[in-house]
Design a protein around this ligand. Structure first.
Ligand code: GMT
Length: 376
């Protein structure tokens, strides 16, 4: 198949999932054409099966904001015809689905190109549910030729908010070879030079991820006698607030802010516990990636997280904002190595048995085939 994929290139889990999906599809012999405003961060390699088409946006004094959605639709239509695409698969509904639908309609006399939308989270639960975007998001769902969601929770949220239930759940996935525990590595010594335990948080530092809670949890762990360091991977709007909180809590010198990283597994692989105290997660890719590296996750019990973590077996969950309990959970894991290792092993087993790319990618391919059959 010739598949067009659109993602937000620089920010967040939907971009990661779309990019990894493209890579996996190309490995299985499909031609993948990424159409986005810049090269997706996790796309480290282009080859004869993975292509990149940059959305060109003309700026003009009249435009207060550049019309990205129109420029994207134009590029999608052009690439669909020149590369003879079989389908367009967009990640995150707003505005990618609308752009794809516009592209489909603009060329339908010459080529029919079905649109598949994958819902990732706030496109349904936050942004899409806002009055300013709700009607157009519902239209995007209705007009897509196929819709998938990354968790059962997200499918239910789509039904509830948009009264739309033609949604296939295809969960996120990991390539099991890329995510492994690293017994020893120079990075571990660099991050914890005195043999401290490593707590890790990976996110785009948006308020919904509650990165401030990570610093609160960490400070409590230290207060209660833990010997640890906190590694914050990623960047985003809450960065300055997190840095400031670490300073005011007097823990800044034990926190490493390592910024955005292409190879997250290098950091997860050397960590002891992962923190995911989010306000909401439709899935929680960071929890899956941590478990795949045998790292237990201390997380909030929200959204799709309970689908990804087995509470008391692969991780420990709490109410949102309960940093006291979360710090106790971290200490439980750090103080009982046998338990921590057992959680890690079970986490890896869960990640591989339920969410390996070997299991999930064929589900996308079958879904594509179903949509393509329906078009004729
Ligand atoms: O919905 C978002 O906030 C954007 C999206 C992203 O690009 O970061 O995150 C969502 O998609 C991820 C990949 O499917 C999921 O693992 C995250 O749980 C989800 N984020 C939220 O629901 C907040």
């Amino acid at each position: 198949m010739n598949i067009g994929i659109t993602v937000y290139p620089s920010y967040g889990g939907s971009g990661i999932v779309g990019s990894e999906l493209g890579r996996e599809l190309a490995q299985r012999g499909h031609n993948v054409h990424f159409i986005s405003s810049s090269l997706p961060t996790r796309l480290v390699e282009l080859n004869d099966r993975i292509h990149f088409h940059e959305v060109e946006m003309m700026s003009y004094p009249l435009f207060e904001h550049q019309p990205y959605d129109l420029a994207l639709a134009t590029k999608m239509a052009t690439v669909a015809r020149s590369e003879k695409l079989d389908l367009l698969h967009v990640h995150y509904a707003i505005p990618h689905s609308i752009s794809a639908i516009l592209a489909r309609e603009s060329i339908k006399e010459k080529r029919f190109i079905p649109v598949i939308t994958t819902l990732h989270g706030t496109d349904i639960t936050l942004v899409g549910a806002d009055r300013s975007y709700l009607p157009i998001t519902r239209y995007a769902l209705q007009q897509s030729n196929g819709v998938t969601a990354v968790s059962k929770f997200l499918k239910e949220a789509t039904i509830e908010t948009f009264d739309f239930d033609e949604v296939e759940v295809i969960p996120n996935f990991i390539c099991e070879d890329l995510y492994t525990k690293l017994e020893d590595s120079p990075l571990k010594h660099e991050l914890a030079p005195n043999g401290e335990r490593i707590l890790v948080h990976v996110s785009n530092f948006r308020a919904v991820k509650r990165p401030l809670d990570c610093v609160e949890i960490f400070a409590k762990v230290l207060q209660k006698g833990g010997n640890a360091r906190l590694v914050m991977v990623g960047d985003g709007p809450e960065y300055s607030a997190v840095h400031h909180r670490a300073r005011t809590l007097n823990v800044l010198e034990k926190v490493s802010f390592v910024g955005k990283q292409a190879k997250i597994a290098n950091y997860l692989g050397v960590s002891d516990v992962s923190l995911l105290p989010s306000e909401l997660e439709s899935f929680g890719l960071a929890a899956l990636e941590a478990q795949a590296c045998e790292v237990p996750v201390v997380a909030s019990r929200v959204g799709g997280i309970p689908e990804v973590i087995n509470d008391g077996e692969t991780g420990l969950m709490s109410d949102v904002g309960d940093t006291e309990k979360m710090s106790d959970d971290v200490l439980r894991l750090l103080n009982d190595e046998e338990m921590r290792l057992a959680f890690g092993k079970r986490g890896r087993e869960l990640a591989v048995s339920r969410y390996s790319s070997e299991k999930i990618i064929p589900q996308y391919i079958q879904f594509y085939e179903k949509v393509l059959q329906a078009k004729t």
